[in-house]
Design a binder for this molecule. Structure first.
Ligand code: A3P
Length: 291
């Protein structure tokens, strides 16, 4: 990771030099144009691959923990490589099947070989207002993201789409929702995980064809709780070097709740957000799945 531009290395005043791929910004510490191109065009998807796909801050690491707890045949040390990143790609290529893989890719950049395969995708959606708040705090602590000037500015970038790394939330969700209803696509929400983690794990087991007895199910639910994960160095990001993730500027497992946006948005900001949401999403998601 050394030698890559980040605000920690360059000083806070310097902008982060994002990697651009197909018009979307990606954080430089992890991605390169080559790794993204390889993931998109050349990465060979296998029929027994399972992908954990999200827009950032939607519960990626939570789902990673759940899946790696369900699929205990996979070594925890290898877990779920981020195959779009420089280090993760190598891990993914050396990974014995069946692979569990993670990414934030929008559907148009997902490995083209996926579309002719029987590989599975699990997509986790989260209330975009909570995504935005979580992303705002995460951007402050992660050196690969530009420090937001203010909440107002970050909100403007989020709503304008591709100004934020990983691109527009709206396009990400719109794209992936095209897969809804397909046999190899499992759709869930952060809010559903919160409301009924045990039931969610049971439904995931069914989708994955993994039978867990009651004891194993209870262990997954306990280990995937916010309290346990926050203490678990294997998933709370505290082992990452400070020049990548500065623990003095925030906590990766920050609050872990639904509705924190209400503590951040003004009434006017919320109204403007809702208007843009309606314009961009139409009735795509039906009633808000997070309500
Ligand atoms: P907050 O910042 O709102 O607390 P991602 O992994 O996609 O980057 O998402 C991070 C968000 O998921 C953070 O949200 C984090 O606290 C939350 N999260 C992670 N594990 C969780 C858990 N077990 N229960 C509830 N929230 C969790």
């Amino acid at each position: 990771l050394q030698g890559h531009p980040s605000k920690a290395l360059q000083g806070r005043a310097m902008p982060v030099e994002y990697v651009m791929y197909q018009g979307i910004k990606f954080p430089p510490a992890y991605n390169s144009e080559q790794s993204l191109h390889f993931a998109h065009r050349e990465f060979q998807v296998q029929d027994d691959d399972v992908f954990n796909v999200t827009y950032p801050k939607s519960g990626t690491v939570w789902m990673t923990e759940i899946l790696s707890l369900i699929c205990r045949t996979v070594l925890n040390s290898t877990r779920m490589p981020w195959f779009t990143t420089r280090l993760g790609l190598e891990a993914a290529l050396n990974y014995p099947p069946p692979r569990l893989l993670t990414c934030h890719l929008p559907i148009q950049l997902f490995p083209t070989s996926f579309f002719g395969s029987r590989a599975k995708v699990i997509y986790t959606l989260r209330n975009p207002k909570d995504v935005l708040v979580s992303y705002f705090y995460f951007s402050k602590m992660c050196s690969s993201y530009e420090d937001p000037e203010s909440f107002e500015q970050f909100l403007g970038d989020f709503l304008s789409g591709d100004a934020v790394p990983h691109g527009s939330w709206f396009n990400h969700v719109r794209g992936w929702m095209e897969m809804k209803g397909k046999d190899n696509f499992f759709f869930t929400t952060y809010e559903e995980l919160q409301q009924d983690l045990r039931g969610s794990v049971q439904r995931l087991c069914q989708f994955l064809g993994q039978a867990l007895d009651e004891g194993a199910l209870t262990a997954v639910v306990e280990n995937a709780s916010f309290r346990t994960m926050r203490e678990n160095q294997m998933c709370n990001s505290t082992l990452l070097p400070a020049d990548i993730m500065d623990q003095e500027k925030g906590t990766f497992l920050r609050k872990g709740i639904c509705g924190d946006w209400k503590n951040h948005f003004t009434a006017a900001q919320s109204k403007a957000f809702d208007g843009i949401y309606r314009d961009r999403m139409g009735g795509l998601l039906g009633a808000f799945p997070w309500d």
